[in-house]
Write a protein that binds this ligand. Structure first.
Ligand SMILES: C[S@@+](CC[C@H](N)C(=O)[O-])C[C@H]1O[C@@H](n2cnc3c(N)ncnc32)[C@H](O)[C@@H]1O
Length: 335
């Protein structure tokens, strides 16, 4: 059965409302139960919370009004839209095992296997964090601002795991004279990133298909290396190789700034975050949170290491903030 545009938009808006309810109402209620000493394994409310977390995402991608079937109906047109995208693809892409083994965040086929996966991911990303800022792009704009406070005028920037270019965009829009490189393993995402950058008139940005744990860039060739939501998608040994690669390609004194998820010591926050990792097919969130990043960065030769909470929207770090949010964290250091 085909899905018309209005029904699709209504279906996705409904899912977003459900997710907002989960974020603002169900999550704080589960926290209250936990704080009252209730064993959550026996709590129906907690089961409801977990069920909604898993299945709203599943419906969003694969349900009756899901992103995947809706976009698949328009496959021909969407593939055509990407035909002229100027992107440098690997002749024989080699995907690491961890990357292809699972459908990351329940995206059927992951973000790499279907030529239209970039469109599906782009549309899905709009409702990942319902309260994160008034605009869809706030998070990335804020990270760019934070990165440019650490490294004020970079002339060469590398965005590792750039996806469909959402994290790269504020850099190439803000730094008109800089050369900005976005690398990712996903060809469909890179094509979409390149199409959008060309439409925005960006001249000094390139998108290239590459494993960011082993790029072909020269030693000491960047002033700033950044990533957004990359590290938690990698097993610890790949995180280590990626950070070592960042160190190699940075000029001495240059900085790297990564935005990712690291829960604090609060047991409830950790329970919820590690559960999300399982329920949403993000198996490396927990291993990342358990890594000793300061020790690793020190071992790799970094200095000025800072690991700090990131305020993705006004007020979310205030003590009274009660809604669900990811434990956004900025990891920065200098070579
Ligand atoms: C959650 S997405 C984030 C995309 C983008 N940075 C953003 O903020 O929208 C993570 C990205 O990392 C990419 N990725 C995962 N492992 C990678 C690797 N080893 N090398 C390059 N990209 C990788 C995925 O293909 C995906 O596009």
């Amino acid at each position: 059965m085909s899905i018309d545009g209005r029904s699709f938009a209504a279906g996705q808006a409904f899912l977003l409302s459900c997710k907002t309810y989960w974020t603002r109402v169900v999550y704080p209620a589960v926290r209250e139960e936990y704080q009252a000493g209730r064993n959550l394994e026996e709590s129906v409310l907690y089961q409801y919370y977990c069920w909604l977390e898993r299945h709203l995402q599943r419906f969003k991608y694969s349900g009756r009004y899901g992103l995947q079937p809706y976009h698949a109906q328009q496959r021909q047109r969407l593939e055509q839209e990407l035909r002229d995208a100027e992107v440098e693809l690997a002749a024989k892409p080699e995907y690491p095992d961890y990357y292809t083994r699972i459908d990351i965040h329940q995206h059927p086929g992951g973000v790499w296997s279907d030529p239209i996966a970039g469109f599906v991911y782009e549309r899905g990303a709009r409702s990942t964090t319902p309260l994160a800022g008034g605009r869809h792009r706030d998070l990335h704009d804020r990270l760019t601002e934070a990165a440019l406070e650490i490294c004020s005028k970079p002339s060469r920037v590398l965005d590792m795991g750039c996806g469909f270019g959402k994290s790269t965009r504020p850099f190439y829009e803000t730094l008109k004279d800089a050369e900005v490189e976005g690398v990712d393993l996903s060809a469909p995402c890179l094509r979409l990133a390149a199409r959008d950058a060309a439409a925005a008139g960006a001249k000094r940005v390139r998108f290239r298909q590459m494993d960011c744990a082993r790029t072909d860039y020269a030693d000491a060739s960047f002033d700033l290396v950044t990533s957004t939501m990359l590290l938690h998608e990698m097993p610890p040994e790949v995180v280590e190789r990626t950070l070592a690669e960042a160190h190699r390609v940075l000029r001495p004194g240059a900085a790297m700034v990564h935005l990712d998820f690291l829960p604090g010591d609060d047991p409830f926050e950790r329970l919820i975050h590690f559960g999300h990792s399982k329920r949403n097919n993000e198996p490396f969130m927990e291993p990342l949170a358990r890594m000793d990043l300061p020790a690793l960065l020190k071992k790799l030769g970094f200095r000025d290491i800072r690991i700090e909470p990131f305020e993705e929207a006004d007020g979310v770090l205030e003590p009274g903030y009660r809604s669900w949010r990811f434990p956004w964290t900025v990891i920065s250091a200098r070579r």
